[in-house]
Design a protein around this ligand. Structure first.
Ligand code: CP
Ligand code: NVA
Length: 306
């Protein structure tokens, strides 16, 4: 076991101060990309990306980020590895981590990423599990602060499924000190309780429009996450009133922004006029995955070598 390695499996694995430093560094790295200047701080470093689920943004942002930092990346689809033929995740972690400087894993159960982390000799980044999506939520908060300033004390509305993204927003609300209004169909309310929420800054709303009142940021995600495809038809009906549409935007603050981690389904969790409208910052949000994760890669490699 490698207890001393700092991994990034959930938002709360980083302190507030560390995140602020990462945001400052992300801003510098972003400006450098605009000027086509690249600090090659990860020369001869290798990132291995292991995917058990589909991805566009996560794969691209990590691969391009690593290239811009002067390092290399290798993508492994889990179905092509021996894990698919019965090799344990623990054994795979022992081997993979001996071949690289940092690993990113996208998988199903969070217990799997924890098992990998326990057996890895290099830092591990969560590129999404059923329970958390920390790289996305920190990139989103970085995006919010770029657009609107400090998120402290603001009201953020999570409209839709109580999923991995929602769980990471809940953790972030505690660290950053914002209010999180969560609105989901009442039959899913128990998921909030199962997330062990004792935080007074998280409030459940049965009415999605009410959840948007006084909001500075309305955000949502697909109604059917990867791994839950068999529930798709039922979810399409249950979540019908939870589409982020013009009425929800109109209920919020005048300067509200809209975010979605993407991929989006227009006409389901968000209407086309909202995602393609003036409040939407979804493309900036997607781009910021690149800048934030470059800062994260650099930070995790550096602190684990200190
Ligand atoms: N938002 C996000 O993680 O996108 P991908 O599934 O395309 O990586
Ligand atoms: N909640 C979604 C996010 C995709 C980036 C999923 O897990 O499929």
């Amino acid at each position: 076991m490698n207890k001393n390695i700092r991994h990034f499996l959930r938002v709360s694995d980083l302190s507030y101060n560390e995140i602020q430093k990462l945001f400052a560094r992300s801003t510098v790295l972003k400006k450098q990309v605009e000027k086509q200047v690249f600090e090659q701080v990860l020369q001869n470093r290798t990132l291995i990306l292991l995917f058990e689920k589909h991805s566009t943004r996560t794969r691209l942002s990590f691969e391009v980020g690593m290239q811009q930092l002067g390092g290399n990346s290798i993508v492994l689809q889990m179905r092509d590895t021996q894990i698919d033929r019965g090799e344990t995740i623990e054994d795979a972690a022992r081997v993979i981590s001996r071949m690289c400087d940092i690993v990113m894993l996208r998988t199903f159960e969070h217990s799997k990423i924890e098992a990998f982390a326990k057996n890895s000799t290099v830092p591990l980044i969560n590129g999404l599990t059923n329970e958390h999506h920390p790289c996305q939520v920190l990139s989103d908060i970085f995006t919010f602060q770029e657009q609107r300033g400090d998120i402290l004390g603001k009201t953020i509305s999570w409209i839709g499924d109580i999923n991995n993204m929602c769980a990471s927003w809940i953790e972030a609300s505690n660290i950053f000190g914002f209010k999180l209004h969560v609105s989901s169909p009442p039959q899913y309310k128990h998921l909030l309780e199962e997330l062990n929420i004792s935080q007074s800054n998280v409030e459940y709303f049965a009415d999605p429009i009410e959840a948007c009142v006084q909001s500075s940021l309305i955000t949502t995600d697909v109604w059917t996450s990867m791994g839950f495809e068999q529930e798709k038809q039922e979810r399409l009906k249950t979540f019908e009133r939870w589409t982020v549409d013009r009425r929800k935007i109109d209920a919020a603050n005048k300067d509200v922004v809209f975010m979605h981690c993407l991929p989006a389904h227009r006409g389901e969790e968000v209407s086309a006029d909202v995602i393609d409208g003036p409040q939407s910052v979804v493309w900036q949000e997607a781009e910021n995955r690149l800048h934030f994760q470059k800062a994260l890669l650099e930070h995790l490699i550096k602190i684990n070598e200190a």
